[in-house]
Design a protein around this ligand. Structure first.
Ligand code: CA
Length: 632
């Protein structure tokens, strides 16, 4: 026992400056040495009563909210007793998880709650802009147009999951004024939704209900919700309930100082029993109480392998299809406080469950070059990037080309996330262009090549919201506290770059039509054949699934010269192919016959499918009698 005295303090409000604020009572808590639990019993209906603990430790006497808070008042200072059953929106009992049979069926769109709707281009009602409730609106359009926004837009796009940037209670935004902006990677109360995203930050039950409304609304459209969880550090260690309750326990320390592998001033100790238990309990809570469908772990390498595997086991008890993946790095390996062999990074991927995924930064780098500099990657014509791209297309699971992953289920395939330049800004920077609204074909084309590499590769496709309409942050590579004018989604770009949106949508359809692209095992890797001839990459895959195209070839010419595609397979190649994606468009319907003699234009991708099985499935023979079918 690290405390000498623990008092329970009850309040009418979540802060001292609210109307009617008063202390309702103070009660001494009793320590049970056999369990290590402090407890007190208070009679009566305590629903919506606020409380804190006053704890005397070696660090002095401090007042703190509850580590295990499920509700808090404004700006996180006091915990609240809430009858959770009363926070359930109508029909909540019929809301179920959106789960995919295998992780590779997921197509993930990363969005910040506020960015989604903070701009008036979202068409969302003023009182819901930037809030959880924006996700409950329907029929939203870009003002004065028929172009859908927000959830209506997502339904048309075809993604399966959204990943929301931190939406638990964080410290950097004042919930009263709500004017500051932050991504929210500064947790205060892990088990409580963030107050600035609620229509009322004062009454803790409101944000709980509105968060659930958001989840329910997305689930209704078949869209799953993945939470970005930042258990690796807290906003301020000394001010956190963890440190005030048991000083020095919940964080990794050295010589009395907080270690800093998170780069944010402290790192939590997942390897210690009670923080490990806290993480597991918290994840179970979000899954069961809020119907969350998956978790993305920030700086996952700060956490030890044993903890991550235990988390997988515990969530498997709820449903094995819940998604788990994370960033396989720390911000500062030298201050992680656990052995390199124990941390959940890429080189240890094989010690982790095959259903714990990791962002493939090698592929990201291969696709576009360095995250913030003007270097070029494969899409901008670099040849030396080809091998990172090839390994990534194989889901980082190919013995021949590189396999840090056990299986493609461990590989998150991506070119952009909230960190660093947006893909569009990176493409522009590497081409020395500063006109963020340009529709120059060269840049749109390079973006399209990235889309093909993300969606027509093995692994789990992921991208930052708006990548599909050339989202710009005007060159801001670290917009974590930049204003809405930088961060907001400008929905009008979905009109300006409609061709690009349509291209992503078509690729999503192709991905959903061809099972091997979504294979979570190495079968697809072993069945695939990839060739690079110095100019173009082609990945050819066969398919045994009944009722689907029997073969596909994904070909990318990243050079400035036309080239004749090389298509190889260890299996018999089809007699004829149909093109379903070319440099202009992508679709699950045949665009034209494929002519193997016709050179591919510079900087284009082609996706072709076996014509015979296509005709059998679609009951067509579009190009059979057409002399000029190839030019259709
Ligand atoms: Ca907050």
């Amino acid at each position: 026992c690290s405390s000498d005295l623990v008092l329970l303090k009850l309040y009418t409000t979540g802060s001292y400056y609210e109307e009617g604020a008063q202390v309702l009572g103070i009660k001494q808590m009793l320590y049970d040495a056999s369990t290590g639990v402090w407890s007190a019993t208070v009679d009566g209906d305590l629903n919506k009563i606020y409380y804190t603990y006053v704890i005397k430790t070696a660090k002095g006497t401090q007042e703190t909210q509850d580590i295990y808070s499920k509700a808090v008042g404004v700006n996180s200072k006091r915990s609240e007793v809430v009858d959770l059953a009363q926070t359930n929106p109508e029909g909540w009992e019929n809301d179920g998880h959106i789960l995919v049979d295998k992780p590779n069926d997921a197509i993930i769109w990363e969005i910040h709650v506020r960015d989604f709707s903070s701009s008036d281009t979202s068409g969302v009602s003023k009182e819901h802009r930037g809030k959880f409730l924006a996700f409950t609106e329907r029929g939203t359009v870009i003002p004065f147009t028929n172009f859908p926004t927000c959830v209506d837009y997502l339904k048309q796009l075809g993604i399966t999951h959204i990943q929301i940037n931190p939406a638990f209670d964080f410290g950097s935004v004042n919930e009263i004024t709500g004017v500051d902006y932050n991504w929210g990677y500064d947790p205060v109360n892990y088990n409580v939704p963030e107050g600035s995203y609620a229509t009322d930050p004062y009454h803790g039950e409101v944000r709980i209900r509105e968060f659930k409304e958001m989840v329910k609304s997305l689930h209704k459209e078949g869209i799953g919700v993945i939470m970005d969880v930042v258990y690796n550090h807290v906003y301020s260690a000394v001010d956190s309930p963890f440190e005030k309750t048991v000083p020095g326990y919940y964080f990794r320390m050295q010589d009395g100082k907080f270690l800093n592998s998170s780069g944010c001033g402290n790192v939590t100790a997942s390897d210690k029993t009670m923080f490990r238990k806290f993480m597991i309990d918290s994840l179970r809570y979000w899954t069961e109480e809020y119907h969350i469908d998956g978790f993305r772990f920030d700086l996952m390498a700060c956490h030890d392998i044993e903890t991550m595997n235990l988390i997988r086991e515990e969530l498997d008890k709820i449903d094995t299809r819940l998604l788990i993946y994370g960033e396989p790095w720390t911000a500062n390996d030298g201050e992680n406080g656990i052995s390199g062999e124990d941390c959940s990074n890429k080189s240890n991927a094989k010690k982790l469950s095959t259903r714990i995924g990791m962002f493939n930064d090698d592929m990201r780098h291969g696709i576009k070059g360095g995250s913030d500099d003007d270097s070029k990657g494969f899409i901008q014509g670099s040849t030396h990037s080809a091998y990172n791209v090839i390994a990534g297309m194989m889901g980082a699971s190919s013995v021949t080309f590189g396999n840090w992953a056990n299986e493609p289920s461990q590989c998150i395939t991506y070119a952009s996330a909230h960190d660093n330049l947006s893909l569009w800004d990176k493409i522009l920077k590497s081409n020395w262009c500063t006109d963020y609204d340009t529709t120059d074909k060269l840049y749109v084309t390079q973006n399209k090549l990235a889309a093909v590499l993300i969606l027509a590769s093995l692994g789990i496709p992921f991208w930052m919201a708006g990548e599909e309409f050339a989202r710009t942050k005007y060159g801001d590579h670290n917009s974590y506290k930049s204003p809405d004018s930088i961060n907001s989604i400008n929905w009008t770009r979905s009109i300006r770059y409609k061709e690009l949106v349509d291209y992503y949508r078509g690729l999503i359809k192709i991905r959903k039509s061809f099972s091997p692209l979504r294979d979570n095992t190495t079968k697809a890797v072993n069945d695939g054949y990839i060739v690079y001839n110095g100019q173009s990459i082609s990945l050819t895959m066969k398919n045994d699934t009944e009722g689907e195209w029997k073969m596909i070839s994904v070909i990318i010419n990243n050079s400035e010269q036309p080239c004749t595609p090389q298509i190889k397979s260890q299996y018999e190649l089809p007699k004829g192919w149909y093109v379903v994606a070319n440099g202009e468009e992508a679709s699950d319907e045949a665009i034209c016959k494929f002519d193997p003699e016709k050179p591919m234009p510079p900087r284009t991708a082609l996706i072709i499918v076996d014509a015979e099985s296509y005709d059998a499935i679609h009951d067509t023979d579009y190009f059979k009698d057409s002399e000029d079918g190839a030019d259709h």
